[in-house]
Ligand binder design. Structure first.
Ligand SMILES: [Zn+2]
Ligand SMILES: [Zn+2]
Length: 346
């Protein structure tokens, strides 16, 4: 789909969806926004001007997703072989999965933020160590022992749909690159992922937000064995970074375009404020683990006990991220008891 001349929105389905179903959902969702279980598609963007053909995000490495990408590029007079540069907003498999395949086809330059580039090996080339770490991490956070191996594996089953490749260029944020007449600035927006980036074109007032800002859903902001510090604190600060930008069209990597960025930023901030209050109220006087808190929270997609393993992991991770933020802002304290981490109201 043409956004403006030179910027095109493509669509690649998630592994469990056909191209036709994903396209139909793309249309439906924009007409009737609603909470869906799981994401049906990724929206890569083709930036094309002069001799430059740049792709922002790609999709899972499935034949169907590749076919969708090839068809989408063809509609705008391009082919995956023409890609000079692949900019990945963050290293999650739905955005990065096909990178290795595209590298082989086009020898394109792979661009990633250094914080995401550094986890590629642990996550995709040698995930065994990460799984063990994840299991221990989940146990510390109160996940019942029986559930930890399944939860640690979580999305590991999806690894078959990722063709990993190292980054050629690692960025820090603040860099600019040209695509013909377009000037893109890289903005580092950690939170959803430590190395998440957005791309801003100030002359056309266009902002590509990856998973950082989406129109109806909020991205999972989570702590797991590989992340440290306070991702939710990072995320909230990354939202503020976008507040003063002059933007007319926001192009996210899921769902559909946003036209009022400031309004959406306020909605997301409010959502987290409500969620933080809710989580404080889910902490027992005597202390609760993240697993216990996650079991009491009202999730938009159902209750923790009914989630699949990787969703449980995301929910527990998100709970920990909120607890760390509450800790950082002085609203809870934490204590280790018999190898488990408990949160306490203050
Ligand atoms: Zn993501
Ligand atoms: Zn995503």
């Amino acid at each position: 789909m043409r956004i403006i001349d030179g910027i095109y929105q493509l669509l690649t389905p998630f592994p469990q969806f056909t191209i036709a179903d994903a396209k139909a959902l793309r249309h439906d969702l924009q007409e009737h926004p609603r909470v869906t279980k799981g994401l049906p598609y990724v929206l890569p963007y083709l930036l094309k001007d002069g001799d430059d053909t740049v792709l922002v995000d790609c999709g899972w490495n499935t034949d169907t997703a590749y076919q969708a990408l090839e068809e989408g590029m063809k509609e705008h007079g391009s082919h995956p072989n023409d890609i000079n540069k692949l900019v990945v907003t963050h290293v999650h498999p739905d955005h990065y999965g096909m990178a290795g395949r595209l590298k082989q086809l086009s020898s394109c330059e792979i661009v990633l933020h250094e914080k995401d580039a550094e986890v590629i090996t642990a996550r995709y080339f040698a995930p065994k160590g990460l799984m063990d770490e994840m299991g221990k991490f989940m146990e510390t956070n109160g996940v019942p022992a029986m559930d930890t191996p399944t939860m640690a594996r979580g999305s590991m089953g999806m690894l078959g749909n990722v063709a990993p490749v190292p980054a050629d260029t690692e960025v820090k944020g603040g860099e600019t690159f040209k695509v013909g007449d377009f000037d893109f600035e890289i903005i580092w927006t950690p939170g959803h992922s430590p190395g998440h980036i957005c791309l801003y074109e100030p002359n056309r007032k266009i902002l590509l937000t990856g998973d950082h800002v989406l129109p109806t859903i909020t991205p999972n902001v989570s702590i797991h064995a590989q992340t440290h510090g306070s991702p939710l604190g990072d995320y909230m600060r990354s939202l503020e970074l976008l507040e003063d930008l002059d933007v007319e069209i926001v192009l996210p990597a899921h769902e559909f375009e946003i036209h009022d960025l400031k309004k959406r930023l306020r909605e997301i901030e409010d959502h987290h404020k409500v969620r933080l209050d809710e989580m404080v109220n889910c902490v027992d006087r005597g202390g609760s683990t993240a697993w216990e808190v996650a079991g009491r929270v009202k999730w938009a997609t159902g209750s923790l006990a009914d989630f699949e393993a990787h969703m449980q992991r995301a929910a527990v991770g998100e709970t920990i991220a909120h607890m760390e933020y509450l800790f950082e802002t002085g609203r809870v304290s934490k204590v280790m008891r018999a190898g488990k981490l408990y949160w306490l109201p203050v």
